[in-house]
Design a protein around this ligand. Structure first.
Ligand code: DP6
Length: 352
């Protein structure tokens, strides 16, 4: 319920929101606004975050000023402005303000870490905090994060999953009634083996992606494997949910790697075709599999839409996987960002 008379004159908040890495991927959209073609499940990261400060003043002229890492950033400013305009369809009060954003990431640009997930979830959380000033239904924590997830989705699909701790599932699935296309939900059923799962991200190549996610999703529109893929991904979410709850490492390893390679095989077989893995990506995958066969270490990989390898292993396996990762850092000279499962976004400051 909107009560426009209660609009605050000014408001300032700072949210820190994490990125996430999908275990079963969102790749392809259905009809509608930012509706996924299948459900996806992701792990929320801990250290890879966007910290966004939003200051607003009541102003008859809606405007947005967006600084990223201390500098005005036109590209982000346009994207944020378009997102607020889109959200104003649900909450027209948003257009009665002028906005001043200061935003920064805790991870390097083009590191294969989804910055759109962390930045769009941080933006959505800031706007949801503002909306809470005139919409008392958001005083319920559950409703707050559900609405923040919806708004994050309208900025970037995968951002819908970043507003929750540990594991999140987004997108309708024929096997479950409570998974929705409009917002993500938290998945709390985690076996101790997967609590605090580590994600060491090997920066194989930090060049700008040759296909944006938005363009990438549209490659699924006429893809010959379209229906097969969407069914398979929905089944994948069902299996992954079970595996994470039972603590079945071998099944996790098999499904996670198959899914990462399926995402890349979809890109390779679309029109136009994209090969986003580099020779080094493949070399490291082969070395990982050899290392695993020799040592029995619990370590596997996933990939996002890029060449960088996400090495996943339980926190109890740190000692066993150390040698493998050390060689990549020392001998191959590749930068590795060590992240792990995190507790979700944090409200850093709220000034009324
Ligand atoms: C490969 O969420 O970036 O990372 O909704 O168009 O903003 P838009 O796309 P985006 O796509 C992410 C694709 C992915 C897989 C995933 O995170 O599920």
């Amino acid at each position: 319920m909107s009560h426009s008379t209660n609009l605050p004159q000014s408001f300032h908040c700072i949210w820190s929101s994490p990125s996430n890495i999908a275990l079963i991927k969102y790749w392809g959209k259905a009809a509608g606004v930012q509706i996924p073609a299948n459900s996806s499940i992701s792990m929320t990261l801990k250290k890879s975050r966007t910290i966004t400060s939003m200051k607003v003043e009541l102003n008859p002229d809606f405007s947005v000023h967006y600084n990223f890492e201390g500098k005005r950033n036109n590209k982000f400013e346009q994207k944020v402005m378009a997102t607020i305009q889109r959200l104003a369809q649900f909450s027209p009060e948003l257009l009665k303000y002028s906005y001043q954003f200061e935003s920064k990431n805790t991870f390097p640009h083009s590191a294969g870490i989804a910055s759109s997930a962390s930045s769009m979830s941080a933006l959505a959380l800031c706007l949801t905090s503002l909306r809470q000033k005139w919409d008392a239904s958001l005083d319920s924590e559950m409703v707050f994060f559900k609405e923040a997830s919806k708004w994050a989705r309208l900025g970037s699909g995968s951002a819908a999953r970043s507003v929750y701790p540990k594991l999140a599932i987004w997108g309708a699935n024929p096997a479950y009634n409570h998974f929705q296309n409009e917002y993500a939900v938290v998945e709390k059923d985690i076996h101790p083996l997967f609590e605090g799962l580590c994600d060491s991200i090997v920066l194989v190549d930090t060049e700008e992606k040759s296909v944006s996610s938005t363009a990438g999703h549209s490659l699924m529109n006429n893809h010959p494997y379209r229906e097969l893929r969407f069914n398979n991904a929905n089944l994948g979410v069902v299996s992954m949910k079970k595996i994470l709850s039972l603590g079945d490492w071998d099944a996790f390893c098999e499904l996670t790697e198959k899914e990462a390679l399926e995402l890349h095989s979809l890109m390779m077989t679309s029109s136009p075709s994209f090969i986003l893995m580099k020779p080094k990506t493949l070399e490291l995958i082969q070395r990982l599999r050899d290392y695993r066969a020799q040592t029995g270490a619990k370590i596997c990989f996933t990939l996002d839409a890029g060449p960088n390898l996400h090495l996943l292993y339980p926190s109890s396996e740190k000692a066993k996987t150390k040698d493998f990762i050390n060689v990549i850092e020392m001998r191959d000279g590749l930068r590795v960002i060590h992240d792990e499962m995190g507790d979700g976004p944090r409200l850093e400051e709220l000034y009324e």
